[in-house]
Design a binder for this molecule. Sequence first.
Ligand SMILES: [Ca+2]
Length: 62
Amino acid sequence: MKKILWMEKKYEEKWTKEDFANDKDCKDFANSEEATAFMEASVRAGYGDHRLDGNHDGVACE
Ligand SMILES: [Ca+2]
């Protein structure tokens, strides 16, 4: 839980609603951790998961 909170803090202000509104692909992220943080933030903001987690295990672009 602490790690998740830290991740959210780390990425908290990285993206705007415009980023969430544009469809993102795995190539738009440096790594899986960043893609997962984006996916979770986008879902929280109501913009969906951008289909970044193809096998639905909660980890994007692994
Ligand atoms: Ca996955």
